[in-house]
Design a protein. Structure first.
Length: 251
């Protein structure tokens, strides 16, 4: 992926990893569009970070995605990179009926949002010689976090969808990349003060170095994510699942 001269749209970019990427890409000389639901927050970001632009988008709403894709095609004809980063991570207890709503919301945003964004924006990306789709999954796609089991399931599905998408687009100019974060110190699942989570700036440093490598890997996996990503292959799956299962008992 070239370091500058891209036009990049990032969903879920009003905080955390998404905002961090937006700021870094903007500083590197790319045109960056942050996308999110809250207009006031989008306006604040464009004020705080000159050069960053914004578009209202709710990835849980199929109509909103279509409208955003049409607006992007009109306003940003040079758009060549879409990063499907929007996601939520909610705890669940399968014995509590209210958890079903949390599970359904997770599927709507994490999985259907990614799929719908891909279908909506691909017609514009395939017209570029350097089109890129980056789907953000999670290290928890490979070993589930039982207390957030639907989150883990949606990210496993995003991984599989991305693998299939890469095969289908192999003959096109669009490259498909999967970003596989570990736990990062953001507000997602209250990890901003978690010493076990990776500092955001360290994650961004390592991620961008991998994205800008030649050739760019099909999976962007920082060192902290590799234990879970390779757990099945290395025989560490049972130990990793036990480790993640213990979180519920300790919290």
């Amino acid at each position: 992926m070239k370091t500058s001269g891209n036009t990049i749209l990032i969903t879920g970019s009003t905080s955390g990893i998404g905002l961090g990427l937006a700021v870094r890409f903007n500083e590197a000389g790319n045109r960056v569009i942050v996308a999110g639901r809250r207009k006031a927050l989008l306006e604040q970001i464009t004020t705080d970070y000159p050069g960053v632009e914004a578009i209202e988008l709710d990835v849980a709403d199929a109509g909103s995605i279509v409208q955003a894709s049409e607006l992007a095609a009109e306003r940003y004809p040079d758009l060549n990179v879409v990063i499907n980063n929007a996601g939520i991570m909610l705890s669940e207890n399968v014995l509590e009926p209210d958890s079903l709503k949390r599970a359904e919301e997770s599927v709507a945003i994490n999985l259907l949002g990614t799929i719908r964004m891909t279908y909506a924006f691909l017609p514009q990306l395939v017209r570029k010689n350097d089109g890129i789709i980056i789907n953000v999954s999670s290290a928890l796609a490979f070993v589930p976090f039982p207390i957030a089991m639907t989150y883990s399931a949606t990210k496993a599905a995003v991984h599989v969808f991305t693998e299939g998408l890469r095969v289908q687009l192999a003959g096109s100019p669009v490259r498909v990349i999967e970003l596989v974060p570990p736990g990062v110190r953001t507000t997602l699942f209250g990890q901003e003060s978690d010493e076990q989570a990776m500092p955001l700036e360290d994650f961004l440093d390592e991620t961008l170095a991998l994205l800008h490598a030649e050739p760019t890997p099909k999976e962007i996996i920082v060192e902290r994510a590799k234990f879970l990503r390779t757990a099945q292959a290395t025989g560490n799956y049972a130990n990793a699942l036990e480790m993640l299962s213990a979180w519920k008992a300790s919290d």
